[in-house]
Ligand binder design. Sequence first.
Ligand code: GDP
Length: 365
Amino acid sequence: ALTAGIVGLPNVGKSTLFNAITQAGAESANYPFCTIDPNVGIVEVPDYRLGKLTELVNPKKTIPTAFEFTDIAGIVKGASKGEGLGNQFLSHIRQVDAICHVVRCFQDENITHVSGKVDPISDIETINLELILADLESVTKRIQRVEKLAKQKDKEAIVEYEVLSKLKDALENEIPARAVELTDDQKKIAKGLHLLTSKSVLYVANVGEDELLEAEQNPNVKLVREFAATEGSEVIVISAKVESEIAELEGEEKEMFLEELGIKESGLDQLIRAAYSMLGLATYFTAGEQEVRAWTFKKGIKAPQAAGIIHTDFEKGFIRAETVSYNDLMDAGSMTAAKEKGKVRLEGKEYLVQDGDVMHFRFNV
Ligand code: GDP
């Protein structure tokens, strides 16, 4: 399963946020495919469509989809020099599919800042620099190999050499690989290098509990936004402390608390959705009398693979998928009405599944 890793300097609020994630945590019994590991937090993906489908179908149960956040431990500073815990930090980042980088924007004299003052850009750069240095080492090693072949006029080597040079140039100027402009072909080559700074990043600006409503006026948040824009990354503003309080509530209690705070959606829910989309994930639904359920898929997969997410037999014996988009189904008002209106399509093996599809798979056993 794809996972987003949570990183950040010490004392920025990572554990507070991660605790909120595990508190809010999903019933793991519903998600046997999820990892059981104290460093992994399983979260349900908030999706208003699931509630609407439940009202429409009135099933016995409703199951949201889920995905995983990984808490990345280890020491940041000096990590790229490859010593002990620092090394562990890099290898953990290597294993995640995208990064949520928590940045301290809250002021609190009682909580020591590792570098003495709250300075989000310097914090971001401290972590990014370690990743950049590690990548620079990988790229330099690779260049040494490819250079010889390129000189012998090996065509593939020439193309790769160009990409490597471009990346090396950027990294030497402390620019992450994700911010380097490449053609589609060059991107494929870069992907094969598995660089740490190629991974997408979501910056999580952690503001004080009393700053949540006016967060956009917070100069530190502004700085984080400006920085993120230079590399095309997104920013989510949260207060980890508030999230840990919200995570203890459910249903109406939660809604009332959010209302009191003057916010529509918890920061954690925003974070979950942003990370989900950063990972290239989307949701399709199954809707029967027994169960209405959301399923996560990686954008770009075809119908049989989507069926395989439910059960491998569904993929092996796949015949076709009766498919209706969420919007069409809602417009029609019922599955029967959607069928009458011709909105339920019979899709075959080549169908590219879309976010919001409501699917019913036909298969041979
Ligand atoms: P980590 O080292 O990054 O995991 O940071 P922690 O989550 O342990 O947080 C460090 C300290 O900062 C703890 O005492 C938290 O209670 C506190 N903290 C975290 N978020 C906030 C916040 O939004 N406001 C305030 N005032 N304190 C916070």
